[in-house]
Design a protein around this ligand. Structure first.
Ligand code: BES
Ligand code: ZN
Ligand code: ZN
Length: 490
């Protein structure tokens, strides 16, 4: 979607479409109806039945005048970035349904709501709703796939072009993240993801290293290799490095779980639980597109993106429950359950990241536990951290992007159940409880940094039903959040 800044006093031609956003209070006062520029609104149209509730829409096509759409923003006191994003998405849904390819927003006039924030949120909500995964639909067989191609913003915001450029870049990368997570396992394999990462090395200040099976064996990444044993497709470990601040020694690393298909392995998942498991690489996808975003925005930060990639398959060669493997950091792990594979590949990746890349701070993102969905549902991610500062930064960033997180504790109490009779640690706890915390507690054994956070996105990475500007299936969760965290990280 093209986002274009226009003058505040832009004059509409008769075949164009103007979109007005208005709160319930302003509607009553008839404030913000743009009476001078769109005189026909107040003169000829009866707005009695329009109440201005959030997302309420009136579409008025007119002969010999510009068409116009009026969209409610709800009560002034309840407006925030999220309600703007949602309202904007109602407009886009209408326009896509009516096949209107080009529209122009007039910014609402709300006291105490900065116009810059309104611009940004409306643009974000629009871009994120203008999406459909149509790669495998034969062209021409579906008529309903229309997209809004061009969205203008009539405003007096001075830096509107740069705000729109930045918002556009971040949103487009969130959509690319959705594409990769939605794509089929045959295509979105460890090899493809590695080659996509390699392509990013062309961006300014970016470089990429891909480790194959032989190198992983040499580096003794026993856990990633164990999970890969049952798979025909070889594993990859991808490291993207973005040096946006060469003068500084400080760096932050993002690590993403990249299970391109999770069958469960020998502890095979039952029907109903396996069908969507190509999404189990959503953490890696979020990391990949966060690094791309950072480079395209030219962020002045040093960032690593680390992606351990493999399928978790069932075959003669699969690893078994009861097996013991040695991780990159030397600890031995008993496999209590082959379906708890994400924490295994992350353990190796985290230990590698600390040892080889030596960042000041590590954030990992992973579709790690079904328990996280039980606890939070699909709209909130689990946050676990050994640093109050980092947890706070992530929570604040999440508040801004609308990608909600909620913190869970990492008390010592949760360590005991992970003890193993045969190895240093087991990958599942002896008691089936506190699954999300148990997984994070397992990971804790592979980080020594005092600035680490784990974000469990099992629920938020994939929606079973659409919600506002996020459609069903892959959500692209994490790209906007990680970008915002990195920008805020000092
Ligand atoms: N990839 C799954 C977690 C998951 C479940 C993500 C549903 C998204 C939706 C993970 O590898 C897994 O299978 N976890 C097990 C752990 C258990 C065996 C301790 C789980 O949550 O059941
Ligand atoms: Zn699993
Ligand atoms: Zn998994």
């Amino acid at each position: 979607m093209m986002l274009v800044a226009k003058n505040a006093d832009y004059r509409f031609k008769k075949n164009e479409t103007a979109v007005i956003f208005i709160t319930e209070e302003n509607l009553k006062k008839k404030k913000g109806l743009y009476a001078e520029r769109l005189p026909f609104i107040s003169a000829k149209i009866d707005l009695t039945y329009f109440r201005g509730r959030e997302g309420e829409i009136l579409f008025i096509p007119l002969l010999d005048e510009p068409n116009f759409i009026i969209c409610g923003l709800g009560k002034t006191a309840e407006t925030d970035r999220e309600s703007f994003r949602r309202a904007s998405s109602s407009v886009i849904a209408l326009c896509r349904d009516k096949m209107i390819g080009e529209i122009n927003y007039l910014l609402p006039d709300i006291e105490k709501f900065p116009e810059e924030d309104a611009l940004l949120s409306l643009a974000e909500g629009a871009s994120l709703s203008n999406y459909e995964f149509i790669r495998y639909k034969t062209p021409g067989t579906e008529s309903k796939f229309s997209f809004v191609e061009k969205l203008g913003f009539c405003s007096s915001v001075k830096n509107a072009p740069s705000i729109l450029k930045k918002t556009g870049t971040i949103s487009e990368n969130a959509l690319l993240c959705r594409d990769l997570v939605n794509d089929i396992t045959e295509k979105a394999s460890p090899l493809l993801i590695a080659s996509e990462a390699k392509k990013l090395a062309k961006l300014k200040n970016m470089s990429c290293t891909v480790y194959g099976k032989k190198e992983l064996e040499k580096m003794k990444m026993g856990l990633l290799l164990a999970v890969n044993k049952g798979s025909k497709v070889p594993p990859r470990l991808v490291v993207l490095k973005y040096r946006g601040n060469p003068g500084s020694k400080k760096s932050i690393a993002c690590v993403g779980k990249g299970i391109t298909f999770d069958s469960g392995g020998m502890n095979l998942k039952p029907s109903g639980h396996m069908e969507t498991m190509r999404m189990d690489m959503a953490g890696a996808a979020a990391v990949l597109y966060t690094l791309k975003t950072a480079a395209e925005l030219g962020l002045k930060k040093n960032i690593y993106g680390v992606m351990p990639l493999t399928e978790n398959m069932l075959s003669n060669d699969s690893y078994r429950p009861g097996d013991v493997f040695r991780s990159y950091n030397g600890k031995t792990v008993e496999v209590g359950n082959t379906d708890a594979e994400g924490r295994l590949i992350l353990a190796d990746a985290l230990a590698f990241t600390e040892d080889k890349l030596k960042p000041d701070c590590i954030i990992d993102m992973a579709t790690l536990t079904g328990a996280c969905i039980v606890a939070f549902g699909e709209t909130v991610a689990g946050l676990l951290s050994n640093s109050d500062d980092l947890a706070e930064t992530i929570s604040e960033a999440a508040e801004v992007t609308g990608e909600k997180v909620w913190r869970l504790p990492l008390f010592k109490d949760y360590e005991e159940p992970l003890k193993s009779d045969f190895a240093d640690i087991s990958n599942i706890p002896s008691k089936k409880e506190a699954g999300t915390i148990a997984a994070a507690t397992f990971l804790k054994n592979f980080v020594t940094r005092s600035c680490w956070a784990h974000i469990d996105i099992a629920g938020t990475a994939w929606y079973s039903a659409p919600r506002g500007y996020i459609p069903r299936n892959a959500t692209g969760y994490g790209v906007r959040l990680l970008t915002e965290v990195i920008e805020r990280w000092k």
